[in-house]
Design a protein around this ligand. Structure first.
Ligand code: PEP
Ligand code: MG
Length: 543
């Protein structure tokens, strides 16, 4: 058994056989040709075929992953028609008297190098696109295509990386999961995987591909990013049990739906769910969550090619609020930086990104981005019960600046006669030790606190949450973290604010009693944990 650890892109466990993705990138040979006109004709025919293929992919993608995600294929069609690209191919064929495939391959390398060397991160990312369209063009010239097809049952597709066009053309009915050796969590491929609901692990490491072969048994844990090749009996049993546990949770779902989150002695707690985008609402409702405790709005930005406009954001927030039909929806303002990087923000590379330029620090430094989001949020506030929450707060002055930005936006909207809900609750995340320690000073400024235990644990224990090597040093029940939460709860209540926990720890049933005794008002986490938590709450007696 060999174990790899990558990044889980879509959480679920898959057990099945491997299918190594074969990209028959035709080996391109340089050959001398006499009839260059014939080569130019071949290029034209191949281009027409490539456009036909891409149009079909584009249409399929619109249906499966929506228009925004499908746009990349429209861009590919446009790139195939780019004058500079075509002129380069033509000139190489004519001046060097070479075959069309070779001219495309050279042009592809030259353009990819040119894009890679640009300082703009968005343009750098185009290098992968130019390679993608060139490979397609070469395949059309030589009639070879990439394929992951198999006559077998569903398989786990294993690849070095998957281009967006390859991901979307995978036959969903034949793909159990996919694992890539490389890739980043904000790549198109990762975004598409999430939207296609395919369990996926990316960035499993260079060694991964040399260790896997067709037909070998595999386990992919999309929650943890673990990949097992040729698992032993015991591991197989463990993951089969994990799958069975999932099935059990579904049964719980049926039994506990519609019941109250109340302890035996009558203490009530609100159980909400966290989402990363509009597509998460279905799971929130299916799991009977009482609201949304954390909408990680940065996923709107991560899934976008460019800064989402006020209108795009407004449409997403409105949809979530309308779908939740008056139940509370807490939308956190943009929290990028650290592990969540977005090319078009063109942020500098940092030595310590977790301690770097992220979240509210970016918003307060780039007020236009902040203002656009706040306008979209306040405009959407009339469609439900919205709470706006600011991440990574460390000081009173940051909160004051956030509140001032809200005031400004409210005044603008008022002046323009645009309606918004005056009673929109404003809160902050308690996810730095600094915020917890001065929570007595912060609480009078806001309506609520929400404790981000993922970051609070990272910063309190000085353990980078991205660093797998530190797992042994991370005591999630560490007294220091629990004391900071308790201190924040006391200070919130003493100042008339409510307090929730929206980090992963909120779903830890071994801490539910402690959290309720601290007076935590809301627990919020991934939708599948809602009903198990309800069961736990209903079994507790705090007398
Ligand atoms: C947290 O830090 O606990 C949190 C909820 O925010 P995120 O995981 O998105 O950083
Ligand atoms: Mg956080």
């Amino acid at each position: 058994m060999i174990i790899f650890k990558g990044t889980g892109v879509y959480g679920a466990v898959a057990i099945g056989k491997a299918l190594v993705f074969k990209r028959q990138a035709a080996e391109v040979r340089r050959s001398r040709v006499e009839d260059t006109a014939a080569e130019l004709e071949r290029i034209e025919a191949a281009k027409a075929l490539a456009v036909e293929q891409l149009t079909a992919i584009y249409e399929k993608a619109i249906k499966e992953v929506g228009e925004t995600n499908a746009e990349i294929f429209e861009i590919h069609i446009m790139m195939l028609d780019d004058d500079d690209y075509n002129e380069s191919i033509r000139s190489i064929i004519e001046t060097q008297q070479v075959n069309a495939e070779y001219a495309v391959a050279v042009t592809s390398d030259n353009f990819a190098d040119m894009f890679s060397s640009m300082s703009d991160a968005y343009m750098q990312a185009r290098a992968a696109d130019v390679k993608d369209i060139s490979n397609r063009l070469i395949a059309c010239l030589t009639d070879s295509t990439a394929s992951a097809s198999s006559d077998d049952d569903k398989m786990i597709v294993c690849a070095d990386d998957l281009a967006p066009s390859e991901t979307v053309t995978l036959d969903k009915d034949k793909v159990l999961a996919f694992v890539t050796a490389f890739g980043s969590s904000n790549s198109h491929t990762a975004i598409l995987a999430r939207n296609m609901n395919i369990p996926a692990v990316i960035s499993a490491g260079e060694e991964f591909l040399s260790s896997v072969e067709d037909g070998v048994m595999m386990i992919v844990d999309g929650h943890t990013g673990e990949v097992y090749i040729d698992p032993d009996e015991e591991t197989l049993k463990r993951f089969e049990a994990k799958q069975a546990e999932d099935a059990k949770k579904s049964q719980l779902l049926q039994l506990l739906k519609g019941k109250e989150n109340v302890t035996l002695d009558g203490t009530k707690v609100k159980i909400f769910a966290n989402i990363g985008g509009v597509s998460g609402i279905g799971a929130v409702l299916a799991n009977d969550a009482g609201g949304i405790g954390l909408f990680r709005s940065e996923f709107l930005y991560l899934e976008s090619e460019d800064y989402p406009t006020e209108e795009q954001q407004f449409a997403a927030y409105k949809k979530v609020l309308e779908s939740m039909a008056g139940k509370k929806v807490i939308i956190r303002t943009l929290d990028i930086g650290a592990d969540k990087q977005i090319d078009y923000f063109a942020l500098d590379k940092e030595d310590n990104p977790a301690l770097g330029f992220r979240a509210i620090r970016i918003c307060l430094t780039r007020p236009e981005i902040f203002r656009t989001q706040l306008r979209a949020l306040f405009r959407a506030s009339v469609y439900g019960d919205l709470g706006i929450m600011f991440p990574m707060i460390t000081s009173v002055s940051e909160v004051e600046k956030c509140l001032a930005a809200c005031d400004e936006v409210r005044s603008e909207l008022k002046a323009d006669g645009i309606p918004f809900n005056e009673n929109t609750e404003i809160g902050i995340m308690i996810e730095t030790p600094a915020a917890a320690v001065i929570s007595d000073r912060l609480a009078p400024l806001v309506d609520f606190f929400s404790v981000g235990t993922n970051d609070l644990t990272q910063y309190t224990l000085a353990c980078d949450r991205q660093n797998a090597k530190l797992e042994a040093f991370v005591d999630t029940h560490h007294e220091a973290v629990l004391r900071l939460i308790e201190m924040s709860a006391k200070n919130a209540h003493a100042n008339g604010a409510w307090i929730g926990i929206c980090g992963e720890l909120a779903a830890d049933t071994t801490l539910t009693e402690a959290f309720l005794r601290m007076g935590i008002d809301v627990l919020s986490f991934s939708p599948p944990f809602v009903l198990p938590l309800r069961e736990k709450v209903r079994s507790l007696d705090l007398r």
